[in-house]
Design a binder for this molecule. Structure first.
Ligand code: ZN
Length: 372
């Protein structure tokens, strides 16, 4: 998603990105309007696009700001031709199985609520400032009536997103309600099934009435739902794996008193990319192969002590892989030290995780087959 989008600015500390396909939409509107009518009409066409995407940004900001207020930072908002997506950094949220459903509902409802509030306020303002502007006149949405379109775009956007069609906001509310009675994976699956009914309905109605936007929305909802279902299953696997199942127990440590050349020498003889730095039994820091090389290149031979990263994190061996991922993400680390009663018993690195996850899946399968 990130690689195909370009940053266009920040609002309230949230990065706004535009997906490249969105530029085609702008070009499409401009060329069709400019070809058929005069330049003013083309400008009004673009004004209409501006209104739609301004309203989408309002909507996504609602999600992003309420999420941040609830402890889930937003990585950014991406604008697509069919709407917007707020990418939440859920790895940084501390899970609270008892109350998460309330948080999820707050975040989901915030988007549509901002649109409906905005529509209400702008309708009141327009009515008092320009009473001659009939808000209920037809057409409700058209580039020839931009102010009226501003109000109705927000009304439609708010109401449409409240449909219980996962992964739209109404569907997210539904999923959050399901999680009260079942585990997150089953709740997602149930919401996805209901969402799929809507997606197929959108596509069918779209084809019947010749509305290609509706067909496209249906298609993207369907695809989005499958992705969300898979990521929910992945999360539950992370939740069920304990660090002692995947940690490296045969690893090389360095001492703060080692010279960088000694350290490099040790690093050459192992596949490890990240090293714990220990003084006796105390953990002093972490250092990567790359950092050793960089320090050697920049300042010549010095001590590990000076080059190591003193910011690191430890995890108990019973902790879940999901919790290790949160710690890695929160401090931008590539290694977690695994401890058992304050003793270093293993390490988990990003590098070894992919490898060990595949092995773990195999060994679990073998064990299951052995039981049968
Ligand atoms: Zn939304």
């Amino acid at each position: 998603m990130r690689s195909w989008s370009i940053p266009v600015g920040r609002l309230f500390g949230v990065e706004i990105r535009v997906h490249l396909t969105f530029l085609f939409l702008l070009f499409f509107v401009w060329s069709t309007e400019a070809a058929t009518q005069d330049a003013t009409a083309a400008l009004r066409g673009l004004g209409m696009v501006g209104i739609i995407f301004g309203s989408v940004i309002l909507h996504e900001l609602g999600h992003a700001l309420v999420a941040r207020g609830s402890g889930v930072p937003a990585k950014g908002i991406v604008l697509l031709p069919i709407g917007g997506i707020t990418i939440l950094d859920e790895a940084r949220a501390i899970p609270d199985p008892v109350n998460d459903w309330k948080r999820d509902i707050r975040i989901a409802v915030a988007g549509p609520l901002v649109n409906l509030l905005f529509a209400g306020i702008s309708a009141l303002v327009l009515r008092s400032v320009a009473p001659a502007l009939f808000l209920n006149a037809k057409p409700l949405l058209h580039s020839s009536a931009l102010l009226r379109s501003l109000v109705w775009t927000n009304v439609y956007l708010g109401l449409f997103n409240l449909l219980p069609a996962y992964p739209m906001d109404g569907g997210r509310v539904l999923r959050a309600l399901f999680t009260r009675q079942m585990d997150p994976v089953r709740a997602t699956q149930r919401a996805v099934r209901i969402g799929n009914v809507f997606s197929i309905l959108f596509m069918m109605v779209g084809i019947l009435v010749g509305n290609w936007w509706l067909v496209m929305i249906g298609f993207f909802l369907f695809a989005g739902a499958q992705l969300e279902e898979r990521s929910a299953m992945f999360q539950s696997v992370l939740q069920s794996v304990r660090l002692e199942e995947v940690m490296l127990t045969d690893f090389v440590t360095l001492s703060p008193a080692d010279t960088l050349e000694d350290a490099l020498d040790k690093a050459v003889h192992t596949l490890q990319d990240d090293f714990p730095v220990v003084r006796g039994v105390d953990m002093a820091g972490v250092i990567s192969k790359q950092r050793i090389l960089d320090a050697l290149r920049a300042d010549g031979n010095g001590y590990v002590q000076a080059a190591m990263n003193r910011i690191f994190d430890v995890a108990a061996k019973q902790e879940s892989l999901a919790s290790a991922f949160r710690k890695l993400a929160a401090r931008n680390l590539s290694i977690i030290l695994v401890v058992d009663e304050q003793h270093l018993v293993g390490i988990v690195t990003l590098q070894n995780l992919m490898h060990s996850m595949a092995l773990l899946a195999e060994s679990r399968k073998l064990r299951r087959e052995g039981l049968d």
